[in-house]
Design a protein around this ligand. Structure first.
Ligand code: URA
Length: 209
């Protein structure tokens, strides 16, 4: 069973309150999501392996550390996932960015892939799949499946807000993928929105409401 990590850092929680507020306009919403994404990137990379190296300072030689292990790939789920990419790239600037686009089939209600573009060195990377809202979990499950099918073996799922229903679905279908969120909210409503959530993340990011 995968783990769920809730980032309770005060800065993340403070900014999330403004993100949730319906009075927050597009510009500020976008900036806040960017900032929270960077803070979450700081937390999610806590377990990255290090290697010891020697460095010569202007004063003396010393032992120091550099990141070791696999390089990182980010995969935002279109379109709302895009809103978190730049924030994460501020901390992991060398990460490559793939994209997965999904739409919901109106008859089956299942996600259908319409766009996938991933880094070519997929097997050499650890991935962070990004979707601000983990609602039913359908898109996240499909995106993770899409990456696995193409050779990705190690990934984390990063969301701003998750519904318990979405967490359960991801844990059921991908028990190897840990989930990192700023909040686990109460439930989904009959329209598939997270309650209380923040509304439609894509619309609020791109001003399309
Ligand atoms: N997607 C959103 O943007 N918001 C929700 O509440 C659920 C899914």
């Amino acid at each position: 069973m995968s783990k769920v990590y809730v980032f309770d850092h005060p800065l993340i929680q403070h900014k999330l309150t403004y993100i949730r507020n319906k009075e927050t306009g597009t510009k500020e919403f976008r900036e806040l999501v960017d900032e929270v994404a960077a803070l979450m990137a700081y937390e999610i990379t806590r377990d990255m392996p290090l290697q010891e190296v020697e460095v010569e300072t202007p004063v003396a030689k010393c032992k120091s550390y550099l990141l070791a292990g696999k390089k990182i790939g980010l995969v935002p789920i279109l379109r709302a996932g895009l809103g978190m990419v730049d924030g994460i790239l501020k901390l992991i600037p060398a990460a490559k960015v793939g994209h997965v686009g999904l739409y919901r089939d109106p008859d089956t209600l299942e996600p259908v892939e319409y766009y996938v573009k991933l880094p070519s060195d997929i097997e050499e990377r650890d991935f962070i799949v990004i979707d601000p809202m983990l609602a039913t979990g359908g898109s996240a499950v499909a995106a993770i499946h899409s990456l696995k099918k193409r050779g990705a073996s190690n990934m984390k799922l990063m969301c701003l807000i998750a519904a318990p229903e979405g967490i359960e679905r991801v844990q059921e279908e991908h028990p190897d993928v840990d989930i990192y969120v700023a909040s686990v909210d109460e439930k989904l409503n009959e329209k598939g929105y997270i309650v209380p959530g923040l509304g439609d993340a894509g619309d609020r990011l791109f001003g399309t409401k």
